[in-house]
Design a protein around this ligand. Structure first.
Ligand SMILES: Nc1ccn([C@H]2C[C@H](O)[C@@H](COP(=O)(O)OP(=O)(O)OP(=O)(O)O)O2)c(=O)n1
Length: 149
């Protein structure tokens, strides 16, 4: 999504998933686009936007946090592509009947169990590469699937 938006610069502190979900639902309804917002179509649109997001970073090498050397217009573009990904993700979840906020909170809890601070602090290694001898419970006991990245 490019160009000037009506509420640009207004700030949107505290915007939540429910609000985005409703706005996307209204956006689709007004245009009679519900017929196109099927799970598969939305997933493909989401992946396409992830591609557009990747293009922004392509060939730049690693960039410092906060992107201090980027021009404002580049950051604006980045915000647009991040938003496209978020909006399609929110819409896909809605259409699939998944409460994304609830699912994300549950996943955070699972992540914390899978990667206990005592085992992982200072290490970015995957679960499969961490010494299991120091864990007291297995991932399957925790309800965490080992195929998850
Ligand atoms: N059938 C559609 C088409 C668009 N959108 C919304 C969700 C995204 O936020 C944005 C995507 O629009 P574009 O497909 O035009 O993609 P871009 O904005 O990235 O434009 P471009 O691909 O030309 O860079 O619009 C939508 O909900 N449903």
């Amino acid at each position: 999504m490019k160009g000037q938006a009506e509420n640009e610069g207004e700030g949107a502190k505290g915007v939540g998933i429910e609000e985005l979900k409703k706005k996307m639902a209204d956006f689709a309804k007004e245009r009679d686009w519900d017929q196109f917002h099927t799970p598969r179509n939305l997933l493909l649109a989401l992946v396409g936007e992830v591609g557009e997001l990747s293009e922004i970073f392509q060939w730049k090498g690693e960039v410092p946090r906060g992107l201090p050397d980027w021009e404002e217009k580049e950051k604006l573009h980045l915000g647009e592509e991040l938003s496209d990904v978020l909006l399609y993700l929110v819409r896909l979840s809605d259409i699939c009947g998944i409460d994304l906020g609830k699912a994300a909170l549950r996943k955070l809890e699972l992540n914390a169990i899978k990667y206990p601070v005592s085992l992982c602090k200072g290490s970015s290694k995957k679960l499969t590469h961490l010494s299991k001898s120091t864990t007291t419970t297995s991932s399957s006991e925790n309800g965490v699937t080992d195929d998850g990245e």
